[in-house]
Design a protein. Structure first.
Length: 134
């Protein structure tokens, strides 16, 4: 009987961990596409002042705006209860777009029990993108 309970718990934990990993992958996809979208936003003031070099200058303030708009238009994955941009979203060097997405993931089997302890798991992913001139 004890072995059956242990085996059942391993199956439950395995399913929930797999669900969190799948949700993490989906959050990464969303962060990647938002970062790529933001990296395409050219800082026109810098281009006109400095010219266009090897890398496209990214508008620092525009990264969060574009990434936020991108997430708002994207369909949230099934097990992700909520998502938002993290504090690392922006352009640290003016040439790359960094997008941090923080998502709250529901556990499919023990979600009801997890609700009593704050519910779900918080998953954070960071993606970077940069555009080059060829």
């Amino acid at each position: 009987m004890g072995l059956t309970v242990v085996a059942g718990m391993l199956v439950v934990v395995g399913i929930d961990v797999t669900a969190v990993q799948l949700a993490r992958t989906q959050l990464w996809d969303a962060a990647d596409s938002a970062a790529l979208d933001a990296a395409d936003r050219v800082d026109e003031d810098r281009v006109y002042a400095e010219g266009l070099h090897e890398r496209v200058p990214v508008a620092r303030a525009g990264v969060a705006e574009i990434a936020g708009r991108h997430l708002a238009e994207e369909r949230r994955p099934h097990l992700v209860r909520s998502w938002s941009l993290g504090s690392r979203t922006g352009s640290p060097d003016g040439e790359s777009a960094v997008v941090e997405v923080v998502g709250r993931v529901d556990l499919p089997i023990v979600g009801g029990v997890a609700e009593a302890f704050g519910g779900g798991v918080t998953v954070t992913v960071v993606s970077r993108a940069r555009s080059q001139v060829r």
